[in-house]
Design a protein around this ligand. Structure first.
Ligand code: PLP
Length: 376
């Protein structure tokens, strides 16, 4: 029995994931948080901070910066300097600030986490987007399409790494190709690495885009957070790493007067997560990998649904186009499954299933999936 087998009842709580389907027999497998309690060390750190009783304006303590630097060094062999860090209340803020920081058009690739598509528009920027290629069920970059979509006005490339929703952990060669593309087209690369702690395949390793070379670092804005890995997105603590001083100054200027400080509970949780939770994280990865395997096995037995191997994240990206459903998202809801609609990610006929849940919930979800497919 794993600690992650223990169900936590989130019904009637503040969870938006569960609130959406309150009172209906629909399993919520949509928004990207997990149905697991945070690591005990994180809970203890937050409780200790609460016990202090005074919640004035807070700043990240030196011990947090040190814990973060040590974590990035240990996990990714990425040495960063303390003054490269810009604390943020969330990554979506970071994506929007990046769009306001860099003057010019924005480029990205679909399918993609929806704020990648909305942030340029909200920031008054023109978005160019290409489709990721998927030959033989393996998601990858289409270099020709990327080059064709990049105009003389394009200045910012939004990278999702690992990629939500296709679950790829981009490898060194793919990243070097992207860095070369950015160099040739003089692009700043904003690399959203929020899922970097969730690499499920033992033979894969996360490589921060900015760690590739000094040239890549110079044109990079890396966005990270403990929120996905340690399941604390509700605590609102994230950060950008921006090695280039000029770019960092422009980023800070775009935040001015709009972006609040990170709250003190988020800071306490972040420090504990990065310093004290490596064992918890390893156990989580094993659990999620086993959930991932169960989904892949179940989906491979179904006709009309396809998925590629998920290397990272707790999100499965399901292709249901062959079922020819007029309203795929609604069809699965009718059969008790609350999934994310691929249309929001720029991909109609696809659905995203969040498998960050106890195995008992997932087994029931897979039973419902099969029923929904059989009657489709
Ligand atoms: C790729 C990606 N970026 C950002 C976020 C959200 O970040 P935040 O909650 O810190 O704004 C998510 C959440 O699902 C995500 O998948």
């Amino acid at each position: 029995m794993s600690i992650f087998d223990q169900p936590v009842d989130r019904r009637g709580s503040d969870a938006i994931k569960w609130g959406k389907y309150a009172g209906r027999d629909i399993l919520p497998l949509w928004v990207a948080d997990m149905d697991f309690a945070a690591p005990p060390a994180v809970i203890a750190a937050v409780q200790q901070r609460i016990a202090h009783g005074v919640f004035g304006y807070g700043a990240p303590p030196a011990s947090l910066t040190e814990a973060l630097q040590a974590h990035l060094q240990a996990e990714y062999s990425w040495p960063i300097e303390a003054d490269w860090i810009v604390w943020l209340p969330g990554l979506v803020s970071g994506l929007n600030i990046a769009c306001r920081t860099v003057d010019g058009d924005v480029l990205t690739a679909t399918p993609i986490y929806p704020p990648f598509l909305s942030a340029p528009r909200l920031s008054g920027r023109t978005l160019h987007s290409v489709d990721l290629a998927c030959p033989a069920g393996h998601w990858q970059w289409d270099k020709n399409a990327l080059q064709a979509a990049s105009t003389v006005e394009t200045r910012l490339f939004l990278l999702c790494h690992p990629h939500n929703p296709v679950g790829r952990c981009w490898n060194r060669q793919e990243l070097l190709d992207l860095a070369d593309f950015a160099e040739r087209n003089d692009l700043v690369v904003c690399s959203d690495e929020i899922h970097c702690g969730l690499i499920l395949d033992a033979d894969k390793h996360h490589i921060p885009f900015a760690s590739l070379s000094p040239e890549a670092a110079k044109r990079s804005i890396t966005l990270m957070a403990p929120s996905k890995t340690f399941n604390i997105p509700g605590l609102g603590c994230a950060f950008a790493v921006i090695p280039d001083a000029g770019l960092r100054r422009r980023f800070l200027r775009a935040m001015d007067g709009i972006v609040p400080h990170v709250n003190v509970l988020g800071l306490a949780a972040c420090e504990a997560a990065y310093r004290d939770c490596t064992d918890w994280q390893r156990e989580l990865i094993a659990y999620l990998a086993s959930n991932r395997d169960a989904i892949e096995t179940a989906v491979n037995r179904l006709s009309g649904v396809k998925m590629s191997h998920i290397e990272a994240t707790y999100l499965a990206w399901l292709d249901v186009r062959e079922l020819n459903l007029a309203q795929p998202h609604q069809h699965f809801e009718t059969h008790g499954l609350g999934l994310s609609d691929g249309a929001d990610f720029g991909a109609k006929g696809w659905l995203r299933l969040n498998f960050g849940c106890p195995r008992s919930t997932l087994d029931e979800a897979l039973r419902r999936l099969q029923q929904a497919v059989v009657v489709a």
